[in-house]
Design a protein around this ligand. Sequence first.
Ligand code: ZN
Length: 294
Amino acid sequence: MVANKPSMTRPTVYQFNHGDFVVTNILEGFLLRDDLHPVTGTNASAAEVEAVAEANRIPFPNFEHQFVPTLVDTGEKLIAFDPGFGDKSPQPNAGHYNARLADAGYDREDVDIVVITHCHPDHIANLTHGDGLTFPNAEIVFGEAEFDYWKKGENIPAHRPPTLEMFRKICEPLGEQARFVKPGDEIVSGVTAVEAFGHSAGHMAYHVQSGSNELMIMSDTVAHFAVSIAHPEWKFGMDDDPDTAIVSRQRVLAQVADGKMAAIGFHMPFPSVGYIDRHDGSYVWVPHSYQYNL
Ligand SMILES: [Zn+2]
């Protein structure tokens, strides 16, 4: 008889070859929530969200909200996308990025470029570590529209004053030395910004191509692997501009599905790599199995 539930063992680093690039996903951590409804569908009923949960064999309304940053190593540059909370995690089960980066075979000093898809706390907090920069040798890249929006600080949604405060503390001082990009701009050859505005004002996805291999880093274009992909028209409670987010979600999902490319989502279940298929007039998440191993 086991008196206590044994502690959970799970993979926390996932690394694979994408053409000539090496891609690494890190489980920065997770948050346990009890509001699958309404957070994944503020314009849907509880019964509608519960039906999607049941069809996907996941509980309702409890769910695990994971944080999964990605690194792309092109052989010339090591690019870290949205490096998580780091030492500023408000969650007991998150904040593991820097330790797990070492498990992936990298040091913080190795990172050449940090790309911020948008300026929400789980994506920007680890730009700084203690009193200094987490990645001392890295160029920081922001979306221009995203940075400008928070810098102006006007029409901030009711749930975002703490985000604005964190932006002012962490991101704004980096503005002097940062690089700013627009949709269509390349970070390095093969890594291109894709407009996915709405989750935040200037939220971006990134298309990663090496040879004929294509991958979309969707970031928070899609919030939940089952609900938000089956119903991209449902409003996600953490989207700052839900109507614009729906338009972007539909466009990016169509691009990934029709392009038959791989996709990574920051909040998809680890290892957070998969494919998007058209299904029943909508979409479905097909998790990666061994495609990249062959
Ligand atoms: Zn997020």
